[in-house]
Every structure is written in C-alpha cells, then in structure tokens.
Ligand binder design. Structure first.
Ligand SMILES: *Cc1c(COP(=O)(O)O)cnc(C)c1O
Length: 393
C-alpha cells in the first residue's frame, strides 16, 4: 500500500465517517423498498404486523415512525450520542428532560438563559414542587462553595442567549458529578458542528431544532441526545407516554436541514466575523458580545471547547434603549423578528422581544441590547445594511 492508502479512511466502518458524511447519510440509507435516495416521509399512523407483536420495528406512529427514526439516528450520531429522541419543539424536549427529576430536586439554571427555558422552569415546574436557582455558571469557585445540596440538575447554555457568555462544560460537569447532579447542555447556539457537550462530560444535550438544525425558519422541533441507557429508557418512555412527538413532515424538514449544517455554519461564522469587525469600530456601539473577541469573558472557554464561534452576535448601543430600537427598525436585509439560526439574517431587541418574560428577574437583559442572528447572505450586503442603520443613531 502506498502512503496515500494509509491515510484513507475505512469507509466501510460507518462509525468512522466524518461529521459532514454522517450529516448526509447516517440513518438515511436509500429506501429498501423503492431505492429512493431521500428518506421517505412516512405518514402512516399504524404498521402491519405479521402476527401479534411481530413487525418491522414500528407499531404506532407516536411510539415510533421511520422518518423520525432516521432523524434520531442522524442527530444522535452528530452529537456522538448513543441515543437520540426527537420532539415537537425545543421546549417539549426540555419538558421531557425535567420529567427525569423527582419532586424536591433542584435545578440550577445559568443566569443568562433562553427566556422560554426560564419560563418553563420558573412558571410550570417550580409551582409543582421543583425548586430552582439562577446562578453564575462562569464562576466555578463561587458555585462550588455555595452549591445547594438538593441540586439534581444543572442546566446550561453555552454560548448563552442573548449575552453569548460561555460556560466551561468540562469544569461544570466535574463539579456537578461530584455532587450527584446531571448536566444538561442546551447546544442550540453552537450546534454539534461547533461543540459536542457529551464528549466534554455533559450527561444530556438538548436542542431547539427550530434554529440551526432546521436552518430555514420553516419547522419547529426539538431534540435530546444522551449516552446513559437508563436515562435513555426513561426519555423514550416519556416521549411515548406524554406524546410530544414531531410530525413526520417536520422530521423530514429537520433532516433536510441537517444535511447542510456544516457548510451553513462555516458561512454563519465567517459572516459573523465581518459583522463583528464593523461593530467593534462603530461609534454608536458600546460593547460587542462575541466569544471570539479576546476581551469577551467567554473567550477562553469558547476557544477550548468550540470549533468556531458561531453565527450569533449581540451588542449594546451607546444611545441606550432608544438607539437600540432605532437600529432594529432600520435594517433592510436583517429582518426584525424573533428566532435565530436560519439562512436569513435577523435582528431583534431581546429586552422587549425574546426575553420580555425575564424582566425583573435575575435573567433580565440590558435595554440597550441588540441581538443578531447572522445569516448566510453576502457578507458585504450584511455589513452595509447594519452600517447604515447604526449611522442613524
Ligand atoms: C428557541 C430556543 C429554545 C426553545 O425551542 P423551541 O423550538 O422554540 O421550543 C430553547 N433554547 C434555545 C437556546 C433556543 O434558542
């Protein structure tokens, strides 16, 4: 064998496939019946049995569906997880994870988190007897000294929404595990292409597939990935028993999105860098929040655990809330809208939009804050669009 041959991957071993290959092919073999290259959307709610309990792995579509199974196999593989479960939304996925707890078990939530996660924990689960605290997950020493003894789950985002704070997953996992608590990482912002939390010691990964995984602002979905078989059995049970499953068509849309995840993320990241360069030098801008910036508090953790720094950029305006509201009103290509992670660029005011429910809480965000989801359009157009909006204030 020549030198070239030595370096070649053994493609017959599917577990050795690279990320991009698994995104396109894992769980998505050509259909056995027809040869269809694209995973069929199986709408059937029920599946024929040869004899009682003798079937091809599917009985009833809430319990299992071939299109959903393809998505689950693909996404689990991308997160380096043994098990994956798809849900109707990111919040449905989160809700199923919290159901692993017993009454009285405390959830530690990072003090900069998605507003809907905060609402689910504080308004739905807390009144049912599940205590929670908002904590600074970036200060490991302080957390270690004032660790609440009843903590059973640490819930973290990194980078966070909307301040893009980065949390050291490995350090939190070590601390939490020494106290017998599970670590859940919301990997929505980073995606498995940029960061793989299970490999860093996290127990459970959760996604809003509505964002980068779907990637085209046309499907709502959620996902849970994990390695522990006992926890997986319980998530599988709740997925079926509580029934917050995604429709087959929605599974198809997420699967279609995931095929291009790697190439989209590369462009999201490079476009975000162009936007950051503009913001850093602009007189209307006070602070630029992007983990690649050396003065960003999450820079060290992000550099260690992420492949690149992502497509989300936040900044505060020198002119306060009034200036922030002016900027978000005057962009042309950046659309004023909630959500994130799709091909088109979005701009929003977290204080009055995505994070309005956190007002008055420890998760409240600055009124001068603007959040950008940088899309995959021409970077020169995006820079020009944002520059003309900033020049007004
Ligand atoms: C959107 C989002 C969620 C919630 O997901 P849905 O699909 O909207 O239910 C959770 N976490 C993060 C970080 C999000 O951005």
């Amino acid at each position: 064998m020549g030198e070239m041959d030595d370096e070649m991957n053994d493609v017959s071993d599917r577990t050795c496939w690279g990320f991009e290959t698994r995104a396109v092919h894992t769980g998505q073999e050509p259909d056995a019946a027809s040869g269809a290259v694209v995973t069929p959307i199986t709408l059937s709610t029920t599946f024929a049995q040869e004899g009682v309990g003798i079937h091809k792995g599917f009985e009833y579509s809430r319990s299992g569906n071939p299109t959903r199974a393809a998505l689950e196999a693909c996404l689990a593989s991308l997160e380096n997880a043994a098990f994956g479960f798809a849900f109707a939304s990111g919040l449905a996925a989160e809700d199923n994870i919290i159901r692993l707890l017993q009454q009285g078990d405390r959830i530690l939530l990072g003090n900069d988190a998605y507003g809907g996660t905060f609402r689910l924990i504080s308004k739905v689960w807390s009144p049912l007897g599940f205590p929670w605290s908002a904590v600074d997950l970036t200060d490991i020493d302080a957390l270690a000294t004032k660790w609440p003894a009843d903590t059973r789950m640490v819930w973290l985002e990194t980078p966070t929404n909307p301040l893009l704070t980065c949390v050291d997953i490995e350090a939190i996992a070590t601390l939490a595990h020494s106290h017998g608590a599970l670590v859940v990482v919301d990997n929505t912002f980073a995606t498995p292409y940029l960061q793989q939390p299970l490999t860093l010691g996290a127990d459970i990964v959760v996604h809003s597939a509505t964002k980068y995984l779907g990637g085209h602002s046309d499907v709502v979905g959620g996902f849970v990935a994990l390695n522990d078989p006992t926890l997986a059995d319980r998530i599988r049970f709740t997925q079926n028993a509580a029934g917050a499953i995604p429709a087959p068509f929605d599974c198809y849309l997420v699967l279609r999105g995931v095929k291009t995840l790697a190439v989209r993320m590369d462009r999201h990241c490079s476009n975000a860098r162009a936007i950051v360069d503009l913001l850093v030098g602009h007189p209307a801008v006070d602070r630029v929040l992007y983990p690649q910036l050396p003065d960003h508090p999450g820079h060290a953790a992000a550099s260690r655990q992420m492949r690149d720094f992502g497509g989300m950029v936040s900044f505060t305006c020198r002119g306060g809330e009034a200036a922030a509201l002016e900027v978000v009103k005057h962009t042309t290509i950046f659309t004023l809208a909630e959500s994130l992670g799709a091909v088109e660029s979005l701009i929003e005011h977290p204080g009055l939009m995505t994070h309005a429910s956190a007002a008055g809480s420890p998760l409240q965000v600055p009124a001068s804050l603007v959040r950008l989801s940088v899309g995959i359009e021409s970077s020169a157009d995006l820079v020009a669009d944002l520059a003309q909006a900033l020049d007004r204030v």
